[in-house]
Design a binder for this molecule. Structure first.
Ligand SMILES: *Cc1c(COP(=O)(O)O)cnc(C)c1O
Length: 506
């Protein structure tokens, strides 16, 4: 073949004709619509073992040498995923903090990848960049946070927190940390948080050269909120020891129990000592729109930076996080470089300059769409209802003599199965250990049965069952069914598992 004609009509294995694409696409959309329609009847998770799941892929164990037809492949993938997945879109999924995904968000991701906008540079993604910028402003507006600062859509809460900490580090370091690195520090830079802070803080302290020893864990009060007196004292001690305090981290909804730190007071202390005040709002920040908890949460408006997670309480499909920074150009100051091979107008929004990523997918589209679909009021209502349902569940626990209510914060309630005859001795070592083991078994058994899904929390050494409602599909009926399901499973396992010494002779 001569060079001239070689590529004139090129047939590549990844191309699809318009007809082929339509057929495959309609098939896929039909199957997804069926899934959405059948969620309540499905088991939440098939509860298969890793071996079982691996086995399903074993017919094609090695890398395929030659290609295959797209629609057949898609059909197989649909079968594998739709019958062997955990459905967090199920109305009775209440584990961890993972929301039901809004259906419009699914279509948005398809559209985003069809356009394949590279939202690293304005020139490569004109409309997508402006939609991202508008989404960031809307998120700030939603929270009542200034809209003139910087903001960056990222993959999730961890990344959003990282971006904010890096901005804080550059802003507060008294030397050129970007050029000279952390070893040029004259003294230890200190971070203040509580043990309830999500584990991103370990990764951040480690990765950004502070070291995890730089974290000062401030005691919490009886309701697990940061003790501000202790915070003040610790900062003062560190200052007189010659350290450099630079960052206070508050949680707007802790990951385990939904506790909101005293954000107003923490902001005041940060101002008094000229420290950066960061709020991790990955779980709870959006709840500031719900009247009942707004007062507590509104202190986040005083933060220098906030991490939020639209893939939690805005019900966006994974992944969607967002970092917000009060100070204009703080992200640019922390991340921007101008390599000679980039010819991008610095006056325009080029997101590669504002964060860690270079090429960037168009994650904001789904958030932009669902924010319009529900509106601020729609979200305020859905979030308030999630919180009310958790409250309702927590209040109802008193009707069940073998369930013990432990904590309630935002839309998280923790409790445990505690047989009546062990109440008196629950804290004695033998009972304590047995109850922990029993509740863990209950959680796993519930998971296996697939009717409801809970996760766990450790509350003062007690293994607790944890209900977290970030789920617009959960109804009162779903919640009202839970206590009896737990009691049923608890009674059954207790009967089988109870050691002789803990049996009450009657
Ligand atoms: C979920 C969560 C994170 C981590 O967010 P990802 O989206 O999972 O990366 C951080 N902090 C809190 C409080 C969270 O709830």
């Amino acid at each position: 073949m001569n060079e001239d004609t070689k590529h004139r009509s090129r047939h590549t294995p990844v191309e699809m004709s318009s007809e082929e694409f339509k057929t495959a696409g309609y098939f896929l959309v039909d199957r997804i619509a069926e899934l959405l329609g059948s969620l309540p009847e499905r088991k939440i998770t098939p509860g298969e073992s890793p071996e079982d799941v691996k086995q399903l892929l074993s017919s094609q164990a090695g890398l395929p040498e030659t290609g295959r037809d797209a629609s057949g492949l898609l059909e197989r993938a649909v079968g594998l995923l739709l019958d062997h997945s955990l459905y967090n879109g199920h109305p009775r999924f209440w584990g961890y903090i993972t929301s039901s995904p809004a259906p419009l968000g699914m279509l948005a991701d398809l559209l985003a990848s069809a356009v394949n906008a590279n939202v690293g540079a304005w020139k490569l993604a004109p409309m997508a960049t402006e939609i991202e910028a508008q989404t960031v402003r809307w998120i700030a507006e939603f929270l009542g946070y200034p809209t003139e600062g910087d903001g960056l859509p990222v993959s999730g809460g961890n990344m959003a927190n990282f971006v904010c900490v890096l901005a804080a580090r550059v802003d507060k370091a008294q030397w050129d940390v970007r050029r000279q690195g952390m070893h040029a520090a004259a003294s230890t830079m200190r971070v203040y948080a509580t043990h309830e802070t999500h584990t991103w803080i370990h990764k951040a302290a480690d990765l950004f050269g502070l070291g995890t020893d730089a974290i000062r864990y401030i005691d919490t009060d009886i309701s697990q909120r940061m003790d501000c007196l202790k915070l003040r004292q610790t900062i003062e001690q560190d200052l007189s020891a010659g350290d450099q305090p630079f960052l206070i981290v508050g949680s707007a909804g802790t990951v385990s129990t939904g506790v909101v730190d005293p954000l107003h007071e923490m902001a005041e202390i940060a101002t008094a000592f000229d420290l950066w005040f960061h709020v991790d709002g990955a779980y709870g920040a959006f709840a500031v729109a719900a009247d009942d908890v707004a007062e507590n949460l509104s202190g986040l408006r005083k933060a220098d930076s906030i991490a939020v997670d639209p893939h939690k309480w805005l019900y966006a499909p994974l992944e969607a996080g967002c970092a917000l920074v009060r100070k204009k150009h703080a992200l640019r100051d922390a991340f921007s470089y101008h390599p000679p091979y980039y010819h991008f107008d610095p006056e325009r929004t080029n997101y590669f300059e504002l964060g860690l990523q270079n090429s960037r997918g168009f994650r904001a589209l789904k958030v932009w769409l669902i924010l319009q679909q529900a509106g601020r009021r729609g979200y305020a209502q859905m979030i308030a209802e999630d919180i009310q349902l958790a409250q309702h569940f927590f209040d109802r626990l008193t009707d069940y003599p073998s369930l013990e209510a432990l904590t309630h914060g935002l839309s998280i309630a923790t409790f445990r199965y505690l047989p009546l005859d062990l109440r008196e001795t629950a804290d004695a070592e033998a009972s304590h250990n047995y109850l922990n083991e029993l509740n863990e078994k209950i959680m796993l058994q519930l998971e296996q049965e697939g009717e409801v899904f809970l996760s766990n929390a450790m509350i003062g050494g007690r293994f607790a069952l944890r209900l977290c409602i970030v789920n617009f599909r959960t109804s009162l009926e779903d919640i009202d069914a839970l206590p009896e399901i737990v009691v049923g499973v608890g009674d059954e396992i207790d009967l089988q598992m109870r050691p002789e010494v803990l049996r009450v002779s009657t």
